[in-house]
Design a protein around this ligand. Structure first.
Ligand SMILES: Cc1cc2nc3c(=O)[nH]c(=O)nc-3n(C[C@H](O)[C@H](O)[C@H](O)COP(=O)(O)O)c2cc1C
Length: 441
């Protein structure tokens, strides 16, 4: 039997000139203004999506490779997604919004106060996607931490934020007009925190959260051992990036559940939502056409694939010989191993594969219907989603894409009725905010 799953949207290139230069974007394309995002957020809500997560990068990257980032707007500029959130809340009433927040960038007191404010302003629909990137440290006058130390700092940061949120104990907020008492100061926790990374005092100058609502939802995307342990301790949603076959999904879910149980939590405290970027087309013959066409990509297609990769890798691959191996030495030591692995792909070999082979594998498309890729009709996508719900007890998906209304229509117009007809996608909201969206079923 099909069961309800949770769906969200990952605004994958963040609050910037996404898809700049694409012809179909020359319609109402004012990326700096809130309008297109508000329209898209409304449509996600109408579709029955629980939440929108907004990617972010604080930095334009290394000074030596700025051109790779900005020349075609692959990697910037980006505006601050936290400040977009209130506009999206104003346009919707059930959708949760979780901007990406780097735990190294906001001191805990400022973070706790801003997030508490957004939780109140949105009637409990705020969430934060906690990331630990350290490359932007220099913009803040901070030292660059190691991978694991950045997670340690994020643990201290989030525990501090939570302690501040709860520095108004039960009974502190009285709100009794008859007695003339608004709050009871004796129940405010004026604690002093002196930790490894942060020193500050409480209590927080913000109201506690409404009864029974809980804290803002914490999302985490890290997939390393340390990242999964962080999720087990702190997260309500794991933004999971993995191959989407039954066995891999099962194993990934088990790891998150084990990490939660190891921290004294319940496996069911975390929704594991897998990132997916389907390409939905109208017919099976169109699926076949696209897949066959991608078998032998032209050099122009390969160069455009490499241009997008070059921005993330901070390495200009477009100027290298397509018919020679590039080898690991081409990347500066600071380039993320995860991003390099993503270029190489499963079964690839960085030492021996030519650049053409690497780019061709990236350019090739496969079918949702047989698990070889992500091109499919709406019915094939629904089969895929329903299948993983049954075979791997999957909680749901986060669709990765930009946030132009045209993209949403392409993705959702046929998919939503198909999923809803099968009882996989909700048809109404309970109305309790983001945490409630995630626990309605
Ligand atoms: C699906 C997904 C989304 C991510 N979104 C962001 C982001 O918006 N901003 C960011 O700085 N890092 C982002 N990251 C990177 C993670 O925060 C983290 O730095 C990275 O995954 C390394 O951690 P790990 O070694 O635990 O995987 C994302 C990672 C994944 C898998």
């Amino acid at each position: 039997m099909a069961h309800l799953q949770h769906f969200g949207w990952f605004f994958g290139r963040g609050f910037g000139p996404q898809a700049w230069g694409r012809a179909d974007y020359r319609w109402n394309y004012a990326w700096q203004r809130p309008d297109i995002y508000q329209q898209s957020a409304r449509e996600l809500e109408q579709a029955g999506f629980d939440l929108l997560i907004i990617e972010d990068a604080l930095s334009l990257g290394s000074p030596e490779t700025l051109n790779l980032r900005v020349n075609s707007a692959y990697g910037g500029p980006k505006h601050d997604p936290l400040l977009l959130a209130p506009y999206l809340f104003a346009a919707t009433s059930n959708l949760g919004v979780a901007p990406t927040v780097n735990a190294g960038a906001y001191p805990p007191y400022l973070a706790a106060r801003q997030f508490a404010t957004l939780q109140h302003l949105s009637s409990n629909r705020f969430g934060l996607n906690v990331v630990t990137d350290v490359k932007s440290a220099r913009h803040f006058g901070l030292d660059e931490l190691s991978h694991d130390a950045a997670y340690d700092r994020a643990e201290e940061w989030l525990s501090s934020v939570r302690r501040l949120w709860h520095s108004w104990a039960e009974g502190a907020y009285v709100n009794n007009q008859a007695t003339g008492q608004f709050a009871d100061a004796s129940k405010l926790d004026a604690f002093h925190h002196e930790g490894e990374y942060f020193t500050f005092d409480g209590p927080l100058n913000a109201l506690p959260f409404d009864d029974g609502v809980g804290d803002p939802v914490v999302v985490s995307p890290g997939g390393s051992g340390r990242g999964l342990a962080f999720a087990g301790h702190q997260s309500d949603v794991q933004l999971a990036l993995a191959s989407l076959d039954t066995e891999t999904v099962r194993v990934y879910r088990q790891k998150i559940h084990d990490a939660a149980v190891a921290q004294g939590r319940l496996a069911s405290d975390i929704n594991v939502l897998f990132v997916i970027k389907p390409e939905i087309v109208d017919s099976v013959s169109e699926v076949d056409r696209l897949v066959l066409e991608s078998e032998h990509p032209s050099d122009d297609v390969l160069v455009s694939v490499l241009a997008a990769q070059s921005s993330d890798l901070e390495t200009d691959l477009t100027v290298l010989d397509l018919d020679r191996p590039i080898g690991p030495g081409v990347f500066a030591p600071h380039v993320s191993q995860g991003t390099i692995n993503n270029l190489v792909g499963r079964g690839g070999d960085l030492e021996n594969d030519t650049l053409r082979q690497l780019a061709t594998r990236k350019a090739r498309k496969g079918r949702l219907a047989d698990g070889s890729g992500f091109v499919g009709t709406a019915a094939q996508f629904a089969d895929f989603v329903e299948g993983l719900g049954e075979t791997a007890d999957n909680d749901g998906f986060i669709i990765n894409g930009d946030l132009h209304p045209v993209t949403l229509h392409r993705m959702l117009d046929q998919v939503v009725p198909e999923l809803r007809g099968r009882g996989i996608l909700r048809s109404s909201f309970g109305g309790g905010g983001l945490r409630a969206n995630l626990t309605d079923f």
